[in-house]
Design a protein around this ligand. Structure first.
Ligand code: ADP
Ligand code: NI
Length: 217
């Protein structure tokens, strides 16, 4: 990677660390670190632009509404920072497009247009599954004050909106609601491969969990 690219990435890293230090919503620096590590690996395998991928991975959560009282201001700050970063205009546009599409709110998310976008989205989704994904579910649920498991809680699809809003949701339920579906959503072949192993690990985990729950193991 070019010298200039390397120094832009280190500056982005410092920016993100500074911003996420004050976060308690689960979007901590180590989530970014893991997404960057996985992004680099997938990008190399898939032949994607490593600089654009890594920069987008570093910055993918800085405009998140969970982190910002004013997401529009965060977006303007990000645009200004990128414009002054020394990255080429096309690279800046590309990174902004990836972040914008990834954090798209509302029902039908548009698919990622470029390979680099697909790579970063895969890495972000991979961080929600496997051993790390399991840890994050329980951390998030605890933060929300929700129970680990309640055998009488039905799947999200069978809950009424009122039950769901009342917080009648458990950590275990989130596996069915989201985590076990992520494997099918991987964009790139290499990420799919990584997802397979993480998926199997979660299935194994759930099997053992239910057995222990009933004292069968
Ligand atoms: P992202 O990092 O893609 O924005 P989220 O903010 O939705 O993801 O979630 C952050 C982490 O918290 C993920 O690992 C996710 O599985 C977990 N999480 C999100 N919603 C729930 C929930 N209702 N119950 C348990 N864990 C959750
Ligand atoms: Ni993320």
């Amino acid at each position: 990677m070019a010298e200039g690219h390397e120094s832009i990435l280190r500056a982005a890293e410092a920016l993100v660390k500074e911003k996420l230090e004050r976060d308690s919503s689960g979007h901590d620096w180590w989530h970014i670190y893991r997404v960057v590590q996985t992004t680099k690996r997938i990008a190399a395998e898939e032949g994607a632009d490593g600089f654009v991928c890594e920069l987008a991975a570093l910055l993918h959560d800085v405009v998140d509404e969970k982190l910002n009282a004013d997401p529009a201001a965060a977006q303007r700050e990000l645009e200004a920072w990128l414009a002054a970063s020394g990255a080429a205009a096309a690279e800046v546009e590309h990174v902004l497009e990836i972040i914008g599409t990834m954090s798209f709110k509302g029902g039908a998310r548009p698919p990622m247009r470029t390979l680099e976008g697909r790579v970063v989205q895969d890495a972000d989704r991979l961080d929600a599954i496997g051993a790390v994904g399991i840890s994050r579910v329980f951390a998030y649920s605890g933060w929300k004050g929700r129970p680990i498991h309640d055998p009488s809680v039905t799947a999200r699809e069978q809950m009424t909106e009122a039950e769901y809003r009342a917080g009648n949701d458990t950590a275990i339920n989130h596996f069915y609601e989201k985590l076990l579906k992520l494997k099918e959503l991987m964009n790139t072949p290499f990420a799919k491969q990584l997802a397979e192993e993480r998926h199997r690990f979660m299935e194994q985990y759930l099997e053992q969990f239910y057995q222990e729950w009933e004292g069968q193991r």
